[in-house]
Design a protein around this ligand. Structure first.
Ligand code: PBG
Length: 330
């Protein structure tokens, strides 16, 4: 019996494959995460993230203008301060590294791409948690407790400092309950009605953040399981996204991407606002390490990983490969 139905007709040559592709990558839908470190004279490599650097403000400006020239959609800035304290004072200090760097990048690129900032305390606290701690936690065997509502006060202040510095989109990555509503309220009360909120809605407590911890010189001991989500939970990812939408999120995100494509598909099917995904440091590191060993083809693996994330429902993707991929797409 000859087959009656022959799907291979639409796969016969590159021209027909190109015509029937359901998903494609476009530079405008890629966002590059960038790190800026206080107190260094030269950019520094990050051993677990080949090709990624901790920038000086100067090299950060150059990286941002390269990103703009590549035509990508935006950058997401992370700051690495020289000194830290329990409440993360550097985060809302107008002269703090992230805020100073934001001003410099905005002055450099203008409207050529969307300049966004990470709104979280973990890079700025001496204990490395995403919020302030309750009591004298951290001593002996006392379990640390991150104070949700006390942290919201810090986030409100950070939001104002970041908006003032020129950030167009605040990336709320701390997973505190009520953080979107708190930040929206603070921004609006200050007349910052035009500053957008990207909610890292479904953010899982993931081993794939490993290299990022090196990138930001993380002080964390222990884990973030009392605030980031349990990898076992799918339904809860959608619940978190719906809560953030109700609180006024302009964009919602699922993170990491590759191990959470089901959650991404759920959120994408449900969301009236754009849905983004973050291809995190460990996802990039796996590709780099396997490619360096000659075990996979680097370029095809990167393209396939990003296509998969888009196919699952992401409208845009944060990826350390953003500028390189934009170059391939030219
Ligand atoms: C928190 C934050 C993290 C990442 C982005 N924002 C680290 C964490 O939650 O532990 C991870 C990104 C990556 O791994 O690439 N500010």
């Amino acid at each position: 019996m000859n087959p009656l139905v022959r799907p291979r007709r639409l796969r016969a040559n590159p021209a027909i494959r190109r015509l029937v592709a359901e998903t494609r990558l476009h530079p405008a839908e890629l966002i590059l995460p960038l790190f800026v470190r206080e107190g260094i004279g030269e950019p520094r490599g990050i051993s677990s993230m080949p090709g990624v650097q901790q920038h000086t403000i100067d090299s950060l400006r150059r990286a941002a203008s390269t990103a703009a020239a590549a035509g990508i959609g935006g950058v997401m800035l992370f700051g690495v301060p020289e000194t830290r304290d329990a409440r993360g004072s550097g985060a809302d200090d107008p002269e703090g590294i992230l805020n100073a760097a934001t001003r410099a990048v905005v002055a450099e690129v203008g409207d050529a791409l969307v300049v966004q900032t990470d709104l979280c305390l973990d890079e700025f606290t001496d204990h490395g948690h995403c919020g302030v701690l309750r009591g004298t936690a951290g001593d002996g065997d006392d379990p640390v407790e991150v104070d949700n509502d006390g942290t919201l006060e810090r986030y409100r202040s950070m939001a104002l400092a970041q908006a003032e510095a020129g950030s167009a989109v605040l990336g709320l990555s701390g997973m505190m309950d009520g953080q979107v509503a708190a930040v929206r309220e603070a921004l609006d009360a200050a007349g910052r009605t035009g500053t957008a909120i990207l909610a890292y809605s479904a953010k899982y407590a993931s081993a794939f953040y490993g290299p990022f911890r090196e990138a930001v010189d993380s002080q964390l001991s222990g884990d973030r399981r009392s605030y980031q989500q349990d990898p076992a939970n799918r339904r809860e990812g959608l619940r978190e996204a719906r809560l953030d939408l109700a609180e006024g999120a302009d964009v919602v995100m699922v993170k990491p991407a590759m191990s959470y494509l089901d959650v991404l598909a759920d959120v994408s099917a449900d969301s009236p606002v754009p849905v983004w995904a973050y291809q995190v440091s460990g996802e990039a590191a796996m590709i780099e390490a396997a490619a360096a060993n000659g075990w996979i083809d680097r370029r095809s693996a990167i393209q396939e990983s990003l296509i998969g994330i888009k196919r699952a429902g992401a409208d845009a993707v944060l990826s350390y490969f953003a500028v390189e991929v934009a170059g391939w797409l030219r």
